[in-house]
Design a protein around this ligand. Structure first.
Ligand code: IMP
Length: 201
């Protein structure tokens, strides 16, 4: 699929600068991410799975640009909420990618839930798609729990509420970008993608 000696140039399906920064930090020189073409309309993410939504975005960008496209779809699965917000993560608070509203609803839904029952995970599914229909799918996840209140202002989305396992009790919102990238769902999906493509062992 890729020549490990040559960087793979792909068009990003996301315009989220946080996601782009996180992905570029892991890809290094192996994959060059070009910005999302501004003229491509927003893709309606109406699939019922992360991979389905990632594929919708990757296909739209690959077809519009004629280049290899990379899309990621991510979300938070909370065990006490039977996996919600899941694929609805971006719209959980009622708006469209309204991070503050999404976090407020999550805090409210988990009100009174004991620490031991607040387990959750972030998941990322990436679809790398060629215009001729070939694709590579890679996934990453990060286990943790949902805090009772927001802490920290780093990162984005649900980061101020997510306390990753194996860390020191700080939320992702209290992690530097480099610290988050060592353990995050997105960095793990990026590494899995590099492995699938033959860039790493
Ligand atoms: P999407 O992949 O852009 O559709 O993201 C779905 C939702 O999950 C959005 O509300 C994002 O803010 C949130 N989200 C995705 N990745 C992360 C992350 O790494 N940290 C915190 N929230 C995230």
């Amino acid at each position: 699929m890729a020549d490990p000696a040559t960087p793979l140039v792909v068009v990003a399906a996301t315009a989220n600068q946080h996601k782009l920064d996180e992905m570029r930090a892991v890809f290094g020189a192996a994959i060059e991410l070009l910005p999302r073409p501004a003229e491509v309309p927003e893709v309606v993410e109406d699939a019922d799975s992360f991979v389905g939504n990632a594929r919708l975005k990757a296909v739209a960008i690959a077809e519009a640009s004629g280049h290899v496209a990379l899309a990621d779809d991510s979300g938070l699965e909370v065990d006490a909420l039977d996996g919600a917000p899941g694929v609805e993560s971006a719209y959980y608070g009622g708006g469209d990618h309204d991070d503050a509203a999404n976090r407020a609803r999550l805090v409210s839904e988990l009100s009174g839930v004991a620490v031991a029952q607040r387990t959750a995970r972030f998941r990322t599914v990436m679809v790398l798609r060629w215009p001729d229909g070939r694709e590579v799918v890679a996934e990453g996840s990060c286990e943790g729990r949902i805090g009772e209140q927001e802490k920290g202002d780093q990162g984005f989305g649900y980061d101020p509420l997510f306390v990753p396992d194996g860390s020191d009790g700080r939320t992702f919102g209290e992690h530097s970008a480099d610290e988050k990238n060592v353990i995050s769902h997105r960095s793990r999906a990026c590494l899995a993608l590099l492995t699938e493509l033959g860039f790493t062992d």
